[in-house]
Design a binder for this molecule. Structure first.
Ligand SMILES: [Zn+2]
Length: 448
């Protein structure tokens, strides 16, 4: 398998993914100079974003949306078609009902983003096309807890190669991989500082993955961050909320904050550690060194114990990825009272911890995502009750409303793959097809 890395570096509108690729990091550090070439690259991105958000669009509609002349847009569109990012749908035959004549759309056979997720008990990899559609996906049960990183990364690399090959068979060109991990990732690097539920500390997973997947740029980010970005880009909201908190959980509990449409990372990249916000200051000791953290009340293991189950029993009852959560969901659904009580208490603890954040940040929404989604029906009532009691002004319309992500447990994985796609949309010139493939076979020609 041969990958074609981008020749140049994406200019990012915001801090989207861990910028772990060294070449990329160096170049991203310096903003593009305000030259004519830099302006052309920005305009290419404007046009591509317009088609991504509103396509299929005619050249005239693109020009109207981006505020450039029709001639300027035509030149940019020609370049994007030549580079294999856009295709022009053929003019519809007279008398037929169908696509608008010579409308532009994203190339379904263009660059692809690969996303991977390292979970506590599973690995997953997917490929998405420029429109964010999942074109290949695989997952494998994998007992990653307290497992050394090397065998996990070897297995992950094999899954990535499998999905990349499948994407290539579908006519796509993988241009980057982003990996979601359940732990703290140092800002702007691929260093997993601490992933307590994997037992990893100070592990830089980038070099090993890059060595196993030559030519493929690799970035690494926290799973909660990527879940929030997936919600922003692909959450099915219209318009997408610009200020929200996204809460997800596997064994730990993570949150991510999006303000003004941008992910809030914090000084070290560690923002969003909701699981270690104290709920009861004199509560049980937590692995972080504190007491009474949210994780001690609403983390998966705490909820299992409160339901009268050990994590091992739950895993045996429902083996495979997401099995322990599934056990809780099944028991709650059939009315098991200890499980329902445990989830109610977890929801209340989540509400207490979130109330502080909502009072501080005034988000439009709180989104429950990731592994929490199957449990939402039993968490939500107590969570909303606590929020309602504690948010300074519960009458603020829309403030702190709680919703459940439509992306389900795959949110972080989709966020990872789509972070690569966003990098393409942000700087298409950096992801030119080196083969100069332009339009793949079977795609109708341009009428330009
Ligand atoms: Zn803690």
């Amino acid at each position: 398998m041969s990958y074609q890395p981008p020749g140049v570096v994406p200019a990012r509108h915001n801090e989207r993914i861990g910028r772990s690729d060294e070449r990329r990091r160096i170049q991203v550090a310096a903003p593009l100079p305000n030259t004519q070439q830099a302006m052309r690259r920005r305009n290419l991105s404007l046009v591509l974003h317009a088609v991504a958000a509103h396509g299929p669009l005619s050249r005239a509609s693109v020009a109207a949306r981006v505020g450039l002349t029709r001639a300027a847009v035509s030149t940019l569109v020609d370049e994007l078609i030549r580079d294999g990012l856009l295709v022009e749908l053929g003019p519809s035959r007279p008398g037929t009902v169908g696509r608008p004549g010579s409308a532009l759309q994203l190339n379904e056979h263009g660059p692809a983003g690969l996303g991977a997720e390292i979970g506590v008990d599973h690995l997953a990899v997917c490929a998405v096309d420029l429109a964010g559609r999942v074109r290949a996906r695989t997952e494998a049960a994998s007992a990653n807890r307290d497992c050394a990183p090397a065998p996990v990364l070897t297995q992950l690399s094999a899954l990535v190669r499998q999905v990349a090959a499948e994407a290539e068979l579908g006519g796509l060109r993988p241009v980057g991989l982003a990996v979601a991990v359940p732990g703290l990732v140092a800002r702007g690097s691929s260093l997993v500082v601490r992933a307590p539920n994997l037992g990893w500390e100070g592990v830089d997973i980038g070099p090993e993955l890059r060595a196993a997947l030559p030519g493929l740029p690799v970035t690494v980010d926290n799973e909660a961050n990527l879940g929030a970005l997936a919600e922003l880009w692909r959450g099915g909201h219209d318009p997408a909320p610009q200020d929200f908190m996204h809460v997800s959980a596997e064994i730990g509990i993570g949150a991510a904050v999006v303000l003004d449409g941008q992910l809030l990372r914090g000084t070290h990249g560690f923002a969003g550690e909701l699981g270690h916000v104290p709920v009861r200051p004199e509560g049980p000791e937590c692995a972080c060194g504190g007491r009474g953290c949210l994780e001690q009340y609403a983390g998966e293991e705490a909820v299992l114990r409160a339901s009268g189950l050990s994590p091992e029993e739950a895993a045996a009852e429902h083996p495979g990825p997401g099995g322990r959560i599934a056990v809780l969901a099944v028991r709650a659904a059939i009315g098991d009272q200890p499980t329902r009580r445990a989830l109610r208490d977890a929801g209340a603890a989540l509400g207490i911890a979130l109330a502080g954040a909502v009072n501080l940040l005034d988000p439009e929404k709180v989104v429950l995502g990731g592994a929490l989604t199957p449990l939402a029906p039993w968490l939500l009532p107590a969570l909303e009750r606590e929020l309602g009691r504690r948010v300074a002004d519960p009458a603020r319309p829309g403030s702190g409303a709680v919703t459940v992500s439509r992306l389900g447990p795959d949110g972080p994985l989709l966020g990872a793959a789509n972070s690569v796609v966003q990098a393409v949309l942000d700087d298409p010139a950096g992801f030119r097809d080196p083969a100069g493939a332009g339009e793949p076979p079977g795609i109708r020609g341009s009428d330009a």
